[in-house]
Ligand binder design. Structure first.
Ligand code: C2E
Ligand code: CA
Ligand code: CA
Length: 530
């Protein structure tokens, strides 16, 4: 923490403690009763927000592990997972589950935990790739966060959530209050249970509840009304001292909660405001002629020290916290400034960019996009909107209508990650897209197993029948290019041609319009000989 941050923190502590202790002087008035209730409301809200924060952090850590490809059970990868958890009091363990292997970052054998995971009931989050589930065995409760990052590939993080409720209740209420964190399925993943005999009479309980809008979690605090009344009135000098001390403790907890619950989002907001979220572009090329057909815009967070954070580490966070529209707008604005001229001069080049299904279905999506494109100097007929098939599209009819409006406006539509969703081929057709982007998972398999190449062949045949152009994603080898061409696929994107690169590299590529293999590698591209 910087000195300024420490001072801010201390100010918050004093502020919370001051509020708390100041309130005591009014302890015998009717006002204090409602004020104390407000404190409990705030306590409940702060605890819920710290829980959301713990889940956000788990998502970030898992993104780190997956992006850095520490996704095997080799010692080096398990060490990397362990390192990701190091220093956190809540994150306990990570577990990898793939078709071939399953392992924990810490190798401790805990059969009760394994059983608990095996029988877990998954609660879907807004992003269906993530789910939450309660874990527990006698004497221990926790929360599992699962991220399915590919077909038959998932990673689980185990959070010891009881710590979130530890010593958070005022001393006077601890023996008469029941506090619980629960999931949408009603299961509890953290609880403070009063000593036997107290807080049992449901009718005499005052209940404070709060639901998260971000995750399928809720918190409830049930306090015995008699104990609450007692808390309001029994303010002897001794209890005053104790409660002032508690006030300080509570102040620390509440201030810490505030600091923690906003830190990652604060950073993301600041990054958006400071232009640290920037577009990179990955070429899409003709598999046979190696001609540049266009490029896909991919978000990168470039930190002031030059570190590059991959999108999987912040896009889900932006998505679940209402920042994704702003992020897309920022990227399109920069893309317009950097590549608008090129797209106007070379109308055959297409700029693809990603939107989430929620964005796609949002009211005024097409109007807003059209207005933005015009403002940022992006020709509508060079724009391709990619919508992923990985996440379910809630309203398929509406999605089809949106595709039609986009196409009427001169833009094009691509179904991203085709083959990974649960939409079925007819639903893919109904969406009315121009492009079908076949997920890397299947491209990886075409030279290895018959099933993958059959599926790719099927998707390609279907796309052809419905007039869609197929783009193969994640093409890494010449061998894959050869098989793709045999299957009738002409467009590709992948490291074999170029990694995502800054706009300056794209401008150089387009200007030279040379065989990619002979180009200089600007900004990290990996152009190879065609
Ligand atoms: P995507 O849309 O499927 O993008 C393709 C991803 O595959 C990119 O990862 C790209 O770098 C990677 N890739 C391409 N070719 C190869 C290859 O040959 N080998 C390997 N190993 N990887 C390859 P990236 O840039 O990390 O993006 C990950 C995902 O983040 C994207 O997947 C997309 O779903 C999301 N994303 C990125 N930018 C945005 C954005 O601005 N908005 C939204 N909503 N999502 C975004
Ligand atoms: Ca994409
Ligand atoms: Ca994709």
């Amino acid at each position: 923490m910087t000195v300024q941050r420490k001072l801010q923190f201390a100010a918050f502590v004093m502020c919370f403690a001051g509020l708390f202790a100041g309130g005591l002087s009014l302890a015998h008035t009717a006002f204090i009763a409602s004020w104390n209730e407000q404190q409990l409301h705030r306590l409940v809200r702060d605890t819920l927000s710290r829980t959301e924060q713990a889940i956000d952090s788990a998502v970030m850590k898992m993104s780190d592990v997956v992006f850095n490809q520490h996704t095997s059970c080799a010692t080096v990868d398990r060490t990397a997972m362990t390192r990701a958890l190091y220093g956190s009091s809540i994150m306990k363990n990570m577990r990898l589950e793939t078709r071939d292997s399953t392992c924990w970052s810490y190798e401790e054998r805990n059969q009760a935990l394994e059983q608990s995971i095996a029988s877990a009931q998954h609660n879907r989050t807004r992003n269906p790739d993530y789910s939450l589930f309660s874990l527990g065995f006698p004497g221990w409760k926790g929360l599992g966060v699962r991220w399915q990052y590919g077909p038959e590939k998932s990673i689980i993080e185990v959070l010891a959530t009881s710590g979130l409720l530890f010593a958070i209740l005022p001393l006077e209420l601890r023996d008469s209050a029941l506090m619980q964190l629960t999931l949408a399925d009603g299961s509890s993943f953290a609880s403070h249970v009063p000593r036997a005999g107290s807080g049992r009479d449901e009718a005499a309980l005052i209940i404070f509840e709060e639901k998260s809008v971000q995750y399928p979690i809720a918190i409830s605090l049930k306090v015995d009304s008699a104990a609450l009344a007692q808390w309001n009135h029994s303010v002897s000098p001794l209890t005053s001292t104790i409660v002032v001390a508690f006030g300080l403790g509570f102040g620390v907890l509440a201030a810490r909660g505030m600091f923690r619950s906003t830190s990652i989002l604060d950073e993301l907001d600041a990054a958006l405001a400071n232009g640290e979220i920037r577009p990179y572009f990955q070429p899409i090329f003709h598999l046979e002629s190696r001609e540049l057909l266009g490029f896909e815009m991919l978000a990168r967070w470039i930190k002031p020290d030059g570190a590059v954070i991959p999108p999987l580490a912040f896009i889900p966070l932006a998505e679940s916290n209402g920042r994704i529209e702003r992020l897309t707008t920022e990227l399109l604005k920069q893309a317009g400034a950097q590549l608008g001229g090129l797209l106007q001069a070379q109308s055959h080049l297409k700029l693809s960019f990603n939107v989430t299904p929620d964005q796609y279905l949002a009211a005024d999506f097409v109007d807003n996009l059209t207005a933005q494109a015009t403002k940022f100097g992006l020709p509508l007929n060079s724009m391709v909107v990619e919508v992923t098939e990985r996440q379910a599209i809630a309203d398929k009819d509406k999605a089809a209508a949106v595709s039609e409006m986009l196409i009427d406006a001169g833009m094009q539509v691509a179904i991203d990650d085709a083959g990974t969703g649960h939409n079925g081929l007819s639903a893919i057709h109904a969406l009315g897209a121009n492009y079908l982007k076949i997920d890397k998972f299947f491209v990886d398999g075409i030279t290895l197993d018959r099933k993958s190449s059959e599926l790719v062949e099927l998707l390609a045949a279907l796309a052809g029948k419905f007039g869609m152009t197929v783009v193969a994603e994640g093409v890494e080898t010449e061998e894959q290019i050869a098989v793709l061409l045999q299957l009738g696929i002409r467009a590709g994107q992948g490291f074999v041609y170029s990694k995502p690169v800054p706009a300056t590299t794209i401008l150089a590529m387009a200007a030279k319009a040379v065989t990619p293999g002979r180009q200089a590698d600007g900004g990290g591209s990996q152009l190879r000989s065609a």
